[in-house]
Design a protein around this ligand. Structure first.
Ligand code: SAM
Ligand code: SF4
Ligand code: F3S
Length: 444
């Protein structure tokens, strides 16, 4: 089979990263080989995200860039995948003749057929929600991802319909993959060398798979994965406060491989705003989860997502969010100004003043960044366990993460890639810890 080059550019969340890897596992059957050289490929895939801002415009901008790269050369097959493809579908083909294929996230099992048909039928669009067939197809294809820290999608879609969010429209209804198929894929990843697996889903803790009247939940998956001696760490993201059930909370007392770091988006510290957003939980529900987890292990750290300047947000609502951040010292959190998304309930609401929203975002980010800097400072001169992931490009330094997912850069050695080592932290900045290890202190 003639080898052809492919470049996949990925935007958005970890689920898109997982999808890009699986798309590659699939298209490699047609002889496509990944390259880092964007300007010399037979197929170019943009795996897009629709969550905020001018997502659609960004895609057309990217295509403009690719067009320039290929001026005077044979154009690649241009594929737009991901959430913008789902939201915009055939409109994209009409607006931009450079695009050949538009494919939504629940149709990736059809990509090889579309690529094969490309010569005969030049413009194609595939945006059915066909999640069961997609996973049924991919379950038969080996996951070749050989990263030390690997993603594994267990659940897709969302039935919660927060008023600001496009995900229920771009990923479709909630679907949970069969338990055994997930375990089989986890075994492939472990065989490929994964030491850490992050279970993924738009509502990962809503995972629920029923077989012979027995329900399997995410807690069952975590406890099952705990048995694999070659696997060191288990994580999951993104979870929703409503699905933070006691069986999952109990995993933090029974399961040593489950990392003591919980990414649990709250969006706002004001009950009024949570109701306007249709979040279906209160601030108090959230604090109760926080307290239960802290009672199990006081060292568990939390991170969250915040939407600032949602329509109707008053200074008091904003101060409530600020207060929550003083109470829960979130680390590694994300905060964004509300971005109206076409087709969502909040898209037509009256926006608050731009300058006020921006000032609030700056204030909240200052607070979150300060929490992070303080935590990182407090870790200087301490020794911590780090899973070594890779060597940095063009530097004689190594990269890994601590239990709280914080990046750690240190003087390491090739032989420790894939191992957990003890690193003594010397300095830090807001995002990263810097240190070295003493071979005599190796942890595992
Ligand atoms: N399912 C997760 C949950 O319920 O929190 C969130 C998934 S969403 C892909 C990731 C984050 O994007 C959200 O937590 C929210 O903070 C942010 N987000 C989603 N829609 C947004 C919008 N219209 N404007 C600003 N931020 C948004
Ligand atoms: Fe979006 Fe809300 Fe669903 Fe999360 S729970 S994916 S924020 S609609
Ligand atoms: Fe973006 Fe779709 Fe993920 S909108 S955040 S790529 S689910």
């Amino acid at each position: 089979m003639k080898q052809k080059n492919i470049f996949i550019k990925t935007f958005g969340c970890q689920m898109n990263e997982y999808d890009s890897n699986r798309i590659y596992d699939n298209v490699s059957k047609l002889g496509f080989k990944k390259t880092e050289d964007q300007s010399n490929v037979e197929c170019y895939i943009l795996n897009t995200c629709h969550i905020r801002d001018k997502a659609k415009e960004k895609v057309y901008h990217e295509i403009g860039r690719v067009k320039k790269l290929y001026r005077g050369k044979k154009k690649p097959i241009m594929v737009v995948a991901g959430c913008v493809a789902q939201a915009e579908n055939e409109e994209m083909l009409k607006r931009e003749p450079y695009i050949d294929i538009v494919i939504g996230p629940q149709s990736y099992h059809k990509i090889n057929d579309l690529l094969k048909k490309h010569e005969l039928n030049s413009k194609q669009e595939e945006t059915e929600f066909d999640t069961i067939s997609k996973f049924g197809y991919f379950d038969k294809i080996k996951n070749n991802n050989s990263k030390i820290s690997a993603f594994l999608t267990i659940q897709e879609g969302c039935d919660k319909f927060c008023h600001f969010c496009v995900v229920p429209y771009t990923r479709g209804p909630e679907y949970s993959r069969p338990f055994n198929n997930i375990i089989q894929e986890a075994e492939q990843l472990i065989e490929n060398g994964a030491k850490e697996i992050t279970l993924l889903g738009q509502n990962v803790n809503a995972y629920s798979y029923v077989e012979n009247s027995k329900e399997f939940k995410i807690s069952n998956l975590i406890n099952y994965l705990n048995q694999y001696s070659e696997l060191d760490r288990i994580r999951y993201t993104t979870s929703h406060p409503r699905d933070m059930t006691d069986d999952l909370i109990d995993c933090y007392s029974n399961n040593k491989k489950l990392m003591p770091f919980v990414h649990l988006p709250i969006q706002s510290g004001s009950d009024k705003m949570l109701q306007l957003m249709n979040r279906k939980h209160t601030v108090n529900d959230y604090i109760k989860i926080y307290e239960k987890l802290k009672k199990i292990n006081k060292d568990i750290e939390f991170s969250s997502d915040f939407i600032i300047g949602y329509p109707g947000e008053t200074q008091k609502d904003f101060e409530d969010t600020f207060e929550l951040i003083e109470k829960i010292k979130f680390i590694n959190s994300f905060s964004f100004i509300f971005s109206p998304r076409p087709g969502t309930k909040a898209s037509n609401l009256k926006l608050i003043d731009k300058k006020i929203a921006k000032d609030r975002l700056i204030a909240i980010q200052d607070k979150l960044f300060n929490n992070q800097i303080e935590l990182n400072k407090s870790l200087e001169n301490t020794t911590m366990e780090v899973l070594v992931e890779n060597k940095l490009e063009k530097q004689d330094k190594y990269f890994g993460r601590n239990k709280f997912l914080s990046p750690v850069i240190f003087d390491g050695s090739e032989e420790d890639i894939g191992k957990i080592v003890n690193i003594k932290i010397k300095t830090s900045n807001q995002n990263t810890l810097f240190g070295f290890y003493d071979k005599n202190m190796r942890a595992a």
